[in-house]
Design a protein around this ligand. Structure first.
Ligand code: ADP
Length: 159
């Protein structure tokens, strides 16, 4: 039986913290799918096609990793695609409460799907997509924080 994990999130845009988590997950599972989810509470900077293109380029070095877009419940995607694991990243204690709530709700909705938390390298623990969007607005150098294709896309957005 193939071990298939999904990594859902907004990825608006994908950062080196996400890539670090995905590289760790790729070592643990036969197949990993990045699921770019629509989040009704967020207005994204990049549309789904742009987020998908950036993630696909940033993960091209990982042959067992693919990128998909999904607008429904994450557990439904997992079920439909025979994924038994949801990956989430944990940066700090502040992530925990929110992540714990989602993980328990997902388990209630779909008991056969488990959530696994992975910690990125500590150099990425203070990184999130909204800080990146803010820095890009002020034309900061983002090369330590995001893949080069993302840095280029951000420059285009704000120039
Ligand atoms: P959300 O839409 O829930 O905020 P994101 O798209 O920002 O999620 O990220 C998806 C997942 O990646 C979440 O589990 C989040 O905690 C995690 N994540 C975000 N940034 C990082 C990072 N720098 N290092 C590790 N995990 C991260």
């Amino acid at each position: 039986m193939e071990r298939h994990a999904i990594y859902p999130g907004s990825f608006d845009p994908i950062t080196n913290g996400h890539v670090d988590v995905i590289e760790r997950a790729a070592q643990m599972f036969d197949r990993v799918t990045i699921v770019i989810a629509v989040n009704s509470r967020k207005t994204p900077l990049f549309d789904q096609a742009e987020r998908m293109e950036m993630a696909t380029k940033a993960l091209a070095h990982l042959p067992t990793v693919e990128v998909a877009v999904h607008s429904g419940l994450v557990v439904d995607y997992a079920n439909d695609h025979h994924a038994s694991v949801i990956i989430r990243g944990l940066r700090a204690v502040s992530d925990f409460e929110y992540e714990f709530q989602i993980a328990l709700m997902n388990r209630k909705l779909q008991p056969s799907v488990s959530t696994i938390f992975l910690m990125p390298h500590e150099r990425y623990t203070y990184l999130n997509s909204s800080i990146i969007r803010e820095l890009a607005r002020y034309e900061q150098d983002l090369s330590d924080f995001v893949p080069s294709c993302v840095a280029a896309a951000l420059r285009n957005k704000f120039q």
